[in-house]
Design a protein around this ligand. Structure first.
Ligand SMILES: C[S@@+](CC[C@H](N)C(=O)[O-])C[C@H]1O[C@@H](n2cnc3c(N)ncnc32)[C@H](O)[C@@H]1O
Length: 395
């Protein structure tokens, strides 16, 4: 279906819109560019007297759309290389034939030969006397590269998958939930690394230094609990920064927990960080927490009713403890959706609908925390697109 879309990129239905792919840069959300709504050609719906075949072809529009389709295709090629370790393996080998690369990566030679041609065609690989080596852009797609482009490729494919599911589900209204993320076997293992690559540095440089509650928890060797912890990157970041803080991460996906356990052990943090596969509803901690954090997870449980859920979090906190919620901040005015970041939020909200979720406003999070007996304070980051709401339980 995707290849058909690439072959016939300009058959827009009247009034239809097309997603814009990312250009290849390291910006944290850039892959969501793929979802950007762009101007459609004049619509025969709006002008029913003119047949569609007579619509004028705006050369600028056509050229832009072609470029966007080309960019999406380049990221598709990158995705295949990222999730099958081809960039990483070729980096390790330095130079290799496609057969040698396939063998070293444990992949089928026929597929790898065709991938090498495609990756060469778009400039990820250079030809070195019949062997391949990574170009600078190809090197940047290595997951281990500084400011790796890996998350751009992963997010681009995830966006395409979620868009395809939304397109089909719109016909019935079905909202299958979290499991949609696990439908693509090659995407799921990369979901956590993608989020970590997108948000860990932002957390460490912008959020952790200005939210004093983390240092307070550390000072008393307290327990920070991360609900919906994914790959556990948040607790790892806290544990690296605060040497006495202990952590417990809970997540419903067994695969996420296995990854979190492995990554914490690899960093020598297994002694202070534990992870368990568990539903975060009906929380009953054996040790009350000094801090309960939820990053991009509260909106996953919101539609079932936030009040009882937040009261249960408060019940699991020590007196004087804090809940720290980090969420994308849904804007109060629709006009804000026209900015690049707003477009990404709007597309995310569409895909969240598939999962039974919707994005939240910082104000409504604070309001519900207050209703649960806590004292909330909202901090806004990234020009108001990211909200961290810290809510204290009375001592
Ligand atoms: C968008 S991800 C965020 C992951 C992580 N907090 C991060 O920032 O990278 C949301 C996470 O919440 C988890 N989650 C959602 N609902 C859950 C539930 N009811 N019980 C446990 N985990 C849940 C999902 O499995 C997923 O890992």
């Amino acid at each position: 279906m995707l290849s058909q879309a690439l072959a016939e990129p300009f058959r827009l239905m009247p009034g239809a819109v097309r997603r814009r792919p990312s250009s290849i840069t390291g910006s944290e959300f850039l892959a969501w560019e793929r979802s950007r709504l762009i101007e459609s050609a004049p619509s025969s719906d709006l002008d029913p007297g003119r047949p569609e075949k007579d619509m004028p072809a705006d050369p600028e529009f056509l050229s832009r759309a072609r470029g966007e389709a080309q960019g999406a295709m380049r990221l598709d090629i990158a995705y295949i290389g990222v999730v099958n370790g081809l960039f990483a393996t070729l980096h390790r080998l330095g130079e290799a034939s496609s057969d040698a690369l396939g063998e070293a990566a444990g992949m089928d030679r026929g597929y790898v030969a065709r991938w090498c041609d495609a990756a060469y065609a778009v400039g990820y690989l250079d030809d070195a006397d019949g062997r391949f080596r990574l170009s600078d852009v190809g090197t940047a797609f290595r997951p281990d590269a500084a400011e790796s482009l890996m998350p751009v490729a992963i997010q681009s494919m995830l966006a395409a998958h979620m868009a395809e599911r939304a397109a089909g589900l719109m016909r019935t209204g079905a909202r299958p939930g979290e499991q949609v993320l696990a439908e693509c076997e090659t995407i799921l293992p990369w979901f956590g690394p993608m989020l970590e690559a997108n948000f860990a540095v932002f957390f460490e440089t912008n959020i952790a230094p200005v939210v004093p509650v983390f240092a307070e928890v550390d000072a008393r060797g307290g327990l920070a609990v991360d609900l919906g912890c994914g790959s556990g990157w948040y607790l790892r970041a806290l544990a690296r920064r605060f040497p006495k803080l202990r952590g417990l991460g809970l997540d419903g996906f067994v695969e996420n927990i296995a990854q979190a356990v492995r990554l914490a052990a690899a960093e020598g943090l297994a002694g202070r960080l534990r992870f368990e596969a568990r539903d975060i509803h009906g929380l009953a901690l054996t040790e009350k927490a000094d801090l309960i954090a939820m990053n991009r997870a509260l909106h996953h449980v919101w539609e079932a009713g936030p009040h009882d859920f937040l009261v249960s979090l408060s019940d699991n906190l020590k007196p004087g403890g804090a809940i720290v919620i980090w969420e994308p901040n849904w804007p109060t005015a629709r006009g804000a959706l026209r900015s690049p970041a707003g477009q990404r939020l709007a597309f995310q909200n569409l895909t969240e609908h598939v999962q039974g979720n919707h994005l939240l406003r910082a104000g409504e999070i604070a309001q519900e925390l207050r209703a649960a007996g806590l004292d909330p304070q909202a901090h806004l980051f990234a020009e108001g697109h990211e909200a961290v709401v810290v809510a204290r339980k009375p001592a």
